[in-house]
Design a protein around this ligand. Structure first.
Ligand code: HEM
Length: 238
């Protein structure tokens, strides 16, 4: 009994030590990042119902809302976002403490990419976007949703500032993913002369597909789609 207790204690101590180590934090950041990518894929797939019109999108939204596990999934999603952000900030501070003077050596051709050198900026942009996005579309700040979510979303997209901010933010999501995905793959130990370049390309392709997919919605519904019924319903958000 005592031996089992000691063993269990040792295991949890080792797990805690691993999570506190710099590689442990990086692994957790990578895993949370992958799960967030899963959310992005399902969210984008669901949003594509908008191209099917108001009925298709509203039916999809109603089906989602009536799922009893939705609140649990929302709590899990919020926890993942917070974990990813908090661990990234902690890892950054730990790095700075370990190496107070930044290296000034040239890191070689290909060491820095637009994605890798803007991770903090794109991360902050995505955070600001999520706050505004969830406040306006979910918590109805600036205009009530009513029963027609399609009209609510397209109404907001008719505001060129709002649509423009969305396009900028999802470009930021793409830039963040362009480095994040390949860095996470590397952190999880996948390193092979033949497969690493392939994973890098797939990561880039994924980043572009997510970014273009999300951007297509504010671009189309903000600047090309004309539906009088949608706009009449959203006086405040236009
Ligand atoms: C650009 C096109 C997008 C559209 C049209 C869109 C649309 C929506 C809608 C309609 C909701 C649900 C509102 C409700 O519950 O009534 C929502 C929720 C949400 N969206 Fe988006 N979204 C987009 C992009 C994104 C992106 C790029 C992210 C992340 C970077 C994101 C993160 C979220 C989150 C975290 C929620 C809250 C989920 C929940 O708690 O249920 N969205 N979005």
């Amino acid at each position: 009994m005592n031996a089992a207790k000691t063993c269990c204690c040792q295991c949890s101590c080792r797990l805690f030590e691993f999570l506190e180590s710099s590689i442990g934090k990086k692994v957790m950041i990578a895993l949370a990042g992958f799960l967030l990518c899963g959310f992005l894929i399902t969210h984008l797939a669901g949003n594509m119902f908008m191209f099917g019109g108001a009925n298709a999108f509203n039916h999809y939204a109603e089906a989602l809302e009536s799922n009893p596990f939705l609140p649990l999934a929302e709590i899990g999603l919020a926890a993942l976002f917070l974990l990813h952000i908090a661990l990234t900030i902690r890892a950054k501070f730990a790095n700075m403490a370990a190496r107070p003077v930044a290296y000034e050596v040239y890191q070689g051709k290909g060491a820095r990419t637009p994605g890798s050198s803007t991770m903090a900026a794109t991360g902050a942009l995505i955070l600001a976007f999520i706050v505004i996005h969830v406040a306006t579309l979910k918590f109805e700040v600036g205009g009530s949703k009513g029963p027609d979510l399609f009209a609510h979303v397209t109404g907001w997209f008719k505001n060129p500032l709002y649509a423009g901010f969305y396009i900028l933010a999802v470009a930021g999501v793409g830039l963040h993913l362009s480095h994040g995905v390949q860095s996470a793959i590397q952190t999880l130990g996948v390193s092979h002369p033949r497969y690493t370049p392939m994973f890098r390309k797939l990561g880039l392709l994924f980043a572009v597909a997510i970014s273009v997919g999300f951007a297509s919605l504010p671009i189309y519904f903000g600047f090309f789609h004309h539906d009088m019924a949608c706009c009449a319903a959203k006086g405040g958000a236009q």
